[in-house]
Design a protein around this ligand. Structure first.
Ligand SMILES: Cc1cc2nc3c(=O)[nH]c(=O)nc-3n(C[C@H](O)[C@H](O)[C@H](O)COP(=O)(O)OP(=O)(O)OC[C@H]3O[C@@H](n4cnc5c(N)ncnc54)[C@H](O)[C@@H]3O)c2cc1C
Length: 298
């Protein structure tokens, strides 16, 4: 079933999950491939009782999850009977291979794709075989015989690389976003943000340009001080000063830092409930923080 149909059929706020499959033979921090796979399926198994609208599965832009992303999405769909959204990236996906990948997704009954440019690896050089921007990927997917439901990424604080005069160029980024949606996207999932006003403002600005697709906010539970560093450097999202200060004041007490992060996510979700179609949790393959947030919302 398409994400757009699931969202249309609901009158309340749904929630969804993102999981992050392993690179083959991945063994960061002593985690084996098997452990990483178990974390993913434990996350889905534990959280399925809350009836997630869909689970999205990330894709490594260097092709390192080529052997794992689609199988994980297929297992989520077939074993857990939850709709899967397969992320695909322009980077590392030549056009010929894209067609074959879409055939495989169709074969596994995966109706939903998140079409992305992909995080550019260091030293990345664009090849003419591959698409450059997510908008091109959306058009290519639209050409396939299967009528996929296509999601795209949106950036409440602007994309990190869209710069003018040393600042993020929100206007150009928004017009690139609008162009991408116009190529045939059906929904948007946002980059994580820590201040709901940034998301509401983004939706308002997008609507003003004529974007009508559902816009789903992305929430990441900040469960340690180091996650703040990751949020800032990888996503370029801003952290509310008060939140950062509270975390810093409790830096020697990891349990308290975690509790502060969960409390912040609960407050964010409270402010979003009934105003958005769905809340998307970046799980990092951990079910506990998401369960605490959902339970905290009653
Ligand atoms: C919900 C979500 C999920 C993600 N999942 C993954 C994943 O699984 N794997 C992964 O590698 N990365 C993932 N990312 C990260 C994403 O791939 C990067 O942020 C990437 O740099 C941008 O992707 P995009 O699809 O938004 O790109 P695009 O929409 O192509 O935009 C990229 C940049 O190019 C600019 N731009 C767009 N079109 C044009 C144009 N025609 N001319 C000039 N400039 C243009 C935009 O303003 C922006 O600055 C995800 C991000 C989000 C928000």
């Amino acid at each position: 079933m398409k994400v757009s149909q699931i969202l249309d059929g609901s009158d309340g706020t749904l929630f969804s999950l993102e999981v992050f499959p392993p690179k083959v033979a991945y063994s960061a921090e002593g985690m084996t491939f098997q452990q990483h796979m178990s974390n993913i399926f434990d996350t889905v198994e534990h959280l399925r009782k809350y009836d997630p609208a869909f689970v999205s599965v990330t894709y490594n832009p260097e092709g390192k999850t080529r052997a794992t992303s689609i199988p994980v999405a297929a297992i989520i769909k077939q074993r857990f009977e939850i709709e899967a959204v397969a992320h695909l990236t322009c980077i590392a996906t030549p056009r010929d291979e894209l067609r074959r990948t879409l055939d495989v997704l169709d074969y596994f009954d995966i109706d939903n794709i998140l079409a992305l440019q992909g995080d550019r690896p260091d030293g990345y050089v664009h090849s003419s075989d591959c698409m450059n921007f997510a908008s091109e990927l959306v058009s290519e997917i639209r050409r396939h015989s299967h009528d996929f439901c296509i999601g795209v990424a949106g950036y409440p604080e602007g994309h990190q690389e869209c710069m003018a005069d040393g600042c993020r160029d929100l206007e150009t980024d928004l017009s690139n976003f609008k162009y991408k949606v116009d190529q045939g996207a059906d929904f948007c999932i946002s980059q994580l943000f820590m201040d709901n006003d940034l998301f509401f403002d983004y939706v308002e600005r997008a609507r003003a340009t004529g974007v009508e697709v559902p816009m789903i906010p992305g929430i990441m539970p900040v469960i340690s001080r180091s996650v703040i560093g990751i949020v800032k450097s990888l996503c370029g999202a801003s952290i509310p000063e008060a939140l950062e200060r509270r975390m810093d004041d409790n830096i020697d007490d990891p349990a308290e830092v975690r509790a502060i992060g969960i409390e912040h996510a609960i407050e964010q979700c409270r402010g979003l409930m009934d105003k958005v179609p769905c809340i998307h949790f970046y799980t990092m393959d951990m079910w506990e923080p998401v369960e605490e947030i959902i339970e905290g919302l009653d």
